[in-house]
Ligand binder design. Structure first.
Ligand SMILES: O=c1ccn([C@H]2C[C@H](O)[C@@H](CO)O2)c(=O)[nH]1
Ligand SMILES: [Zn+2]
Length: 299
């Protein structure tokens, strides 16, 4: 088991590393690199995000051995899911690096994913030359510079990614309600956590929100929700989002320690996460992991 790592720095810790420049971020990247899970590519990547709350968050890439590479979680997506877990609303600064020396733009896939965040017109991305050699300050580019060319997402009354959302979903099958506590707001049952995750899901295009809750052998519960991209493929699935919580809060445990999982999604919707979720868990979780699906619909 790897040494546990905190994927967040509080305001005081953020102030103590100083300005958001390569020289100050290098030691942070060095500390985060060992916590990337890049067994397929052998190429760890770290993303550091400065939030409007004054806290700093980390993202690392997470690959799922045995599955096609498109199931991987990019460091940038991990960072966004980490922001979402902590109800952070705005990304002020973004730095992405494979080694602490060179800082680069988000990859093409992640530019498309980041497009779903609404208020990123003044998010600054830290960039250096291809080696970063001798660059203490780097340069800053507006994230919108990369994203504007990808087109606009039509406005609507649906919250954008990272904005608080409440998909008011409930259960079709009243027998399933037995699984959900009447005051599920705060409870830690897998079903209640998965439902709560699904209500936060960002699924404005398909209108198929979903959420996953996982539990490890020690009894700790983790959850995450589907975050959809207008371009489909860059979407972050609900299992992957829950795995981000597991990596952030699971003390460096292996995915094999996951022993049970619940998915909440709509029944008979145009898309379903069920088969994919089952397949991912069969590959990475405990071989005896129990997987249940609860179907719901919009209230
Ligand atoms: O900007 C990038 C580029 C790549 N990766 C990941 C994906 C894969 O796990 C590995 C190799 O490309 O690095 C990121 O996380 N962010
Ligand atoms: Zn990426």
């Amino acid at each position: 088991m790897a040494q546990p790592f905190r994927f967040m720095l509080n305001q005081t810790e953020t102030e103590s590393y100083g300005a958001f420049i390569p020289r100050n971020l290098r030691p942070l990247i060095d500390r985060a690199i060992p916590h990337a899970r890049a067994q397929i590519s052998g190429s760890p990547v770290v993303a550091i995000g400065l939030a409007s709350s004054g806290q700093t968050y980390f993202g690392v890439n997470v690959e799922l051995p045995g599955l096609p590479p498109n199931y991987s979680i990019h460091a940038e997506q991990f960072l966004v899911a980490n922001f979402a877990l902590h109800f952070e609303l705005k990304l002020i600064g973004l730095a992405i690096s494979p080694n602490g020396y060179y800082f680069k733009a988000p990859c093409g896939h992640c530019c498309q994913f980041l497009r779903e965040i609404s208020n990123m017109s003044d998010t600054k991305v830290l960039i250096t030359g291809p080696t970063g050699q001798g660059e203490t300050h780097g340069t800053r580019m507006l994230l919108s510079t990369f994203l504007i060319l990808l087109g606009t997402i039509s406005p609507g009354n649906v919250p954008r990614l990272l904005e608080p959302s409440d998909n008011s979903i409930g259960f079709i099958d009243s027998s399933l309600q037995m699984d959900i506590c009447s005051n599920s707001e705060h409870c830690n049952h897998l079903s209640c956590r998965a439902l709560r995750a699904a209500t936060k899901s960002y699924a404005r295009f398909s209108k198929c929100p979903s959420g996953v809750a996982l539990i490890d052998r020690r009894g700790t519960v983790y959850s995450g929700w589907f975050m959809e991209s207008v371009a489909h493929n860059p979407s972050l699935g609900p299992v992957q989002a829950a795995l981000v919580d597991f990596v952030v809060n699971g003390d460096g445990q292996e995915f094999k320690e996951i022993v049970e999982a619940v998915l909440v999604e709509k029944r008979g919707a145009v898309l379903s996460q069920e088969d994919t979720a089952r397949m991912i868990l069969e590959k990475i979780a405990d071989p005896d992991c129990v997987f249940r699906v609860l179907h719901c619909e919009y209230n």
